[in-house]
Write a protein of this length. Structure first.
Ligand code: ADP
Length: 243
């Protein structure tokens, strides 16, 4: 296996709080890697630095064999690293279909000037079908349920044919049927070669879906390994129990 993403020495301070503290880990190509840890352990801050939404105080990053000196969300998206957010970031006033077309890399001008190519329309239609969103295609994204918005955001990030997808709590607040749907789509894309890094609080889902599992505490990994090994690691139990 080889690392698709490597971070080393990643650090972020907010005033007196060191949210991410000299944090190093890698995501091997072809894995569904989980990033877990108690609330406040630095997962979201790490995600935000890796994806260029937050500037790191220190640290280096390599993605797909290239050093990324200054992570930038748009550039990373184009080079195959995309992410979702805890609160789905979609265009609420656009339709479900338009959200997918925009995500494939078209500018607003292209969309409203109707210069979207046939192949991009076809790609959006395929994604609608794959995600069983076709019946909702012409609804405004704002009119979807919370879970459907998260599903749409997931479908949208796949429009860029990413190599690595970072999912930030994909199942938080969604119903059990939608949890199964999310899991099915992660597995399907993983089978096609997409690598995942997932922040997730549903431990049952992590245990059946992810390998390896990286556990953060106080801004740095305290354990990495197979789900069962991590689950029985005393350091991990202490971190979760606040000991
Ligand atoms: P997690 O995602 O694991 O719950 P976070 O990355 O959100 O953890 O937070 C890590 C620590 O950094 C927490 O102590 C949190 O309060 C702090 N923190 C996160 N973002 C900010 C911010 N924008 N300003 C100040 N403190 C922050």
């Amino acid at each position: 296996m080889s690392a698709l993403l490597e971070v080393a020495g990643l650090t972020k301070r907010f005033g007196g709080v060191t949210a991410v503290d000299n944090c190093s880990f890698s995501v091997e190509k072809g894995t569904i890697t989980a990033l877990i840890g108690p609330n406040g352990s630095g997962k979201t801050t790490a995600f935000n630095m890796i994806t260029g939404y937050l500037k790191a105080d220190a640290g280096t990053m390599r993605f797909n064999g290239h050093d990324v000196a200054k992570p930038n969300p748009a550039k990373l998206y184009r080079s195959g690293l995309s992410r979702t957010f805890q609160q789905a970031r979609i265009f609420p006033e656009l339709s479900v279909r338009e959200n997918l077309v925009v995500a494939s890399g078209f500018s607003w001008g292209d969309l409203f000037g109707m210069r979207v190519s046939k192949s991009d329309r076809a790609a959006a239609n395929e994604m609608l079908e794959e995600f069983r969103l076709d019946a909702l295609a012409d609804l405004r994204a704002a009119d979807l349920s919370y879970g459907q918005r998260k599903l749409l955001e997931f479908a949208a990030v796949l429009m860029s044919s990413p190599k690595l997808v970072l999912l930030d709590e994909p199942t938080a607040g969604v119903n059990p049927v939608m949890i199964d749907t999310m899991e099915r789509h992660v597995r399907a894309r993983h089978a096609e070669g997409v690598t995942f890094l997932i922040v997730e609080h549903d431990m049952q889902l992590v245990m059946r879906l992810c390998d390896p599992v990286i556990v953060l505490d106080n801004g740095a990994p305290i354990a990495t390994g197979k789900p069962a090994d991590v689950q029985s690691n005393p350091l991990v139990l202490d971190a979760y129990l606040g000991a």
